[in-house]
Design a protein around this ligand. Structure first.
Ligand SMILES: NC(=O)C1=CN([C@@H]2O[C@H](COP(=O)(O)OP(=O)(O)OC[C@H]3O[C@@H](n4cnc5c(N)ncnc54)[C@H](O)[C@@H]3O)[C@@H](O)[C@H]2O)C=CC1
Ligand SMILES: O=C(O)C(=O)[C@H](O)COP(=O)(O)O
Length: 396
């Protein structure tokens, strides 16, 4: 059994060595001829699996992508050739949701935004959007939910896209990239509707670059600046035309990164495990390997929050009670989250290394990043402990 696996899929040998011979490849240079005699092909988002790539596949039984997005896969072509397919739905949803909260805390601190009285629109309420919605609810942040494929219930109200972007203080995108159907997302945010955004809006894109028309966004930012309006607070993890982002847009961003929102070790490794289980099922072999046996302990695995740390503490400065920010610089939750991982690290790497190296290099050499669940927190305050537990931390 010949198993071709992208070089950036972690733990591939640990999972697949017992099933067959693992052959690694570089995602952008895979050729049709490499697929001769291959039985299984496991890719990431940079490999376009289409008729051309599959043209010499003579024994391929399964194609898997260790990602949530499937826009790089021609599923109709696979089905025509009788090749089974699966993605890894939800594998890195928690990673992306943690990334968004991380970025939000940076913006809140930088601009002293009291997020407790702001509305955050989530565009796309699938695995990521729902996970994020849960975390924001735990944090007490009001949300506007937009997903035309979901219907409102007494507990959950959905709003349309234009309402969401016109009324939200923070907007975050979590849709797939689609260009057909009733609600295509290609250039969902574009020159026609950018004008609806609030003056002080924060915009986050960790879905696909093409969901926002990047040229129109740049033009809009330039126009805003000319008319004396405040800048958009901008977080871009994904870019139109990757791996070649629109360079002129970078200086206008508060936080930049190279499509790594989903790159926690847990997120990537769960993708491998999901594909492993699917391959085992297809081949009718027992799936004996388990991720929990490989995942290392985090570099910092235990932390103590002292008794007097208080999320909503009022500080007295010069006999005046200072303004209370939910995400104040001394907020233990913010400190904790930025101890596990700080999105500003990836912003620095992106700005400093993009020209010297490349977008793909930054992704390939991504430093290990762990999720909140990798840390045990010793917390003496029951209310905060409960909040941390609901966010995914382990409480001692
Ligand atoms: N930056 C990164 O590292 C990562 C990016 N992604 C991207 O995030 C996307 C979302 O991931 P999941 O939540 O797991 O996918 P999902 O398939 O679970 O959810 C997507 C949701 O978007 C909704 N949707 C579709 N068209 C829409 C529209 N026009 N307006 C509003 N909502 C719409 C769908 O109904 C669905 O509920 C992926 O397709 C992928 O492109 C995913 C993982 C990592
Ligand atoms: O899961 C997805 O969808 C993503 O966007 C992945 O996190 C992207 O990772 P790569 O496959 O591009 O390495």
């Amino acid at each position: 059994m010949r198993i071709l696996i992208d070089e950036n899929i972690p733990y591939a040998e640990a999972f697949f060595a017992d099933i067959g011979t693992v052959v690694r490849f570089s995602g952008r240079s895979l050729q049709a001829s490499d697929l001769v005699d291959a039985d299984v092909l496991l890719v990431r988002s940079i490999t376009k699996v289409n008729a051309s790539l599959l043209s010499q596949a003579n024994s391929l039984k399964f194609v898997g992508t260790a990602t949530i997005g499937e826009d790089h896969i021609d599923k109709a072509e696979l089905s025509k050739r009788g090749i089974a397919f699966s993605s890894a739905p939800g594998c890195n949803a928690n990673s992306v949701a943690e990334f968004v909260i991380n970025a939000l805390f940076v913006l809140a601190e930088k601009y002293q935004i009291d997020v407790s009285n702001k509305k955050m629109a989530i565009i796309g309420l699938g695995n990521i959007g729902q996970n994020l919605h849960h975390k924001l609810t735990v944090l007490g942040i009001e949300t506007l939910l937009c997903d035309p494929f979901k219907s409102s219930t007494p507990e959950k109200t959905y709003v349309d896209f234009e309402y969401a972007i016109a009324n939200a203080d923070i907007i975050t995108f979590h849709t797939p990239l689609t260009s057909t159907g009733t609600h295509p997302t290609h250039h969902l945010l574009n020159a026609n509707n950018l004008t609806l955004l609030k003056d002080n809006v924060c915009l986050i894109n960790a879905s696909r670059g093409e969901v926002i028309d990047n040229t129109a966004l740049l033009e809009h930012i330039t126009q805003r600046s000319l008319s004396g309006k405040p800048n958009i607070k901008l977080v871009l993890d994904v870019w139109e035309g990757e791996p070649n982002p629109l360079q002129a847009l970078i200086p206008h961003c508060d936080l930049t990164s190279a499509h790594i929102a989903g790159y926690s070790l847990e997120g990537k490794a769960t993708g491998t495990e999901m594909l492993y289980k699917n391959v085992c099922q297809l081949l009718n072999v027992a799936a004996t390997a388990q991720l929990k046996d490989f995942l290392p302990e985090a570099a910092i695995s235990s932390i103590t929050l002292n008794k007097d740390s208080n999320v909503n503490k009022h500080e007295t400065v010069n006999n005046e009670v200072s303004k209370t920010f939910t995400i104040a610089p001394n907020n233990p939750l913010k400190t904790l989250i930025h101890t596990v991982y700080d999105v500003r690290r990836d912003d620095s790497l992106f700005r400093n290394l993009l020209n010297e190296h490349s977008f793909d290099w930054l992704r390939k050499n991504y430093p290990i990043r762990r999720e909140w669940s990798s840390i045990s927190v010793n917390c003496q305050q029951p209310e905060l402990a409960e909040q941390l537990s609901s966010l995914g931390f382990h409480i001692k």
